[in-house]
Design a protein around this ligand. Structure first.
Ligand SMILES: NC(=O)c1ccc[n+]([C@@H]2O[C@H](COP(=O)([O-])OP(=O)(O)OC[C@H]3O[C@@H](n4cnc5c(N)ncnc54)[C@H](OP(=O)(O)O)[C@@H]3O)[C@@H](O)[C@H]2O)c1
Length: 327
């Protein structure tokens, strides 16, 4: 018998419940992972709220964790019992002591990377990998605009951009967060609670504006992001923290300079074990070389049982960097 967080209807953090469950035998290509640290991601709040509805109730939650393999299915070739691993993109249910995961979603964790660091950086780091290396190849010397730059994905993006030699302008909601983003490697920051983003981007780029905007805030920043782009620039709209972008009139892309827009997701980019291995190797080498550091303050490490409190913190915009659930 193990415990997990589940929910029986969509809603606020209060729908999350602590519940016992039976651990079943792994299917042919599955591993069972005993969790040491579980990644908290903003997407988990979309699943809980119903913005991304689930197929059936009760439902588990969460798709990312690090831990040790305690059982393997008959066709598993990538792992054996005792391996230290990290996974993401699993079926819902990572908010638990143990989870069944298809072997194609996991990788071996280098000894130099702790379970905590892995769970704090895997989904978020793979996201930055595809955003910077696949959606748009960020070049050395290029200036890019990145919203929520002091968030979980954001602080990794600041460090990754610096490692690539790019100038990341980070938009953040407070002066504290601006400082965190600059310490992580942002070239400049814009405090959106005080400053006009478009005006500041204009000033920082001597009127050139930027070739690409990475926007995970969504509804609240859609127009602003378009206004920060150079002619034929690319808006990468990859999240909905303020609500989804809807009802777009395509003519706006023409009016604002023949712009491009894409709405990508990790599941649309990291689609095979080979791609997962390649992206993970790049992420792990940046961590091992000290170019990306992921430390999670005590105040952002929540007991698994307190997942509702963790969701409240994340949605209140008071967290900076990653948050973890600890079983
Ligand atoms: N498409 C993909 O493949 C993919 C993968 C991973 C994550 N994402 C997206 O990336 C974003 C970041 O994820 P994360 O887990 O690292 O979360 P996070 O950035 O740590 O937290 C979200 C941040 O968004 C900002 N924000 C702006 N307006 C907000 C609003 N109205 N309500 C709440 N927050 C608001 C806040 O930062 P400030 O206070 O500084 O504004 C907040 O801290 C999320 O939107 C997530 O959905 C997308």
């Amino acid at each position: 018998m193990a415990n997990r967080i589940e929910f029986h209807q969509h809603g606020g953090p209060e729908v999350l419940r602590w519940a016992p469950f039976d651990i079943e035998q792994p299917k042919e290509t599955e591993i069972i992972v005993r969790h040491h640290a579980i990644g908290l991601n903003y997407i988990d709040t979309y699943v809980r709220s119903g913005l991304y509805p689930v197929n059936q109730f009760p439902s588990g939650l969460g798709t990312e964790a690090a831990g040790e393999v305690v059982a393997v299915g008959s066709q598993v070739t990538r792992f054996q019992v005792g391996d230290r691993i990290v996974y993401c993109q699993s079926g819902l249910g990572a908010y638990s002591d143990y989870h069944h995961v298809d072997q194609s979603k996991a990788v071996i964790l280098p000894d130099s990377i702790s379970y905590q660091s892995a769970a704090a950086s895997f989904l978020k780091g793979l996201t930055v990998y595809y955003l910077f290396h696949m959606t748009h190849k960020v070049q050395s010397g290029e200036t890019v605009l990145f919203h929520a730059a002091a968030g979980g994905v954001g602080l990794i993006a600041c460090q990754w951009a610096k490692a690539l030699g790019a100038n990341l302008i980070g938009c953040v909601g407070s002066e504290n967060k601006a400082q965190r983003a600059r310490e992580a490697g942002a070239w400049a920051t814009i405090n959106n609670s005080q400053d006009d983003i478009v005006k500041r981007v204009h000033e920082l780029t001597s009127g050139q504006k930027v070739p690409v905007v990475y926007d995970s805030v969504g509804k609240a920043t859609w127009q602003t992001s378009l206004d920060c782009l150079q002619p034929r620039g690319l808006l990468v709209s990859f999240g909905n923290a303020s609500g989804p972008v809807t009802g777009v009139d395509l003519a706006i892309l023409n009016q604002k300079g023949s712009l491009f827009v894409t709405r990508p997701s990790l599941n649309g980019y990291i689609t095979t074990p080979e791609l997962l291995d390649q992206a993970s190797a790049t992420l792990f080498s940046l961590i091992s070389d000290g170019k990306i550091e992921v430390s999670v303050p005590e105040s952002q490490q929540f007991s698994l049982r307190d997942a509702a409190e963790a969701h409240r913190s994340l949605e209140s915009r008071t967290t900076s960097g990653a948050c973890l659930l600890i079983p």
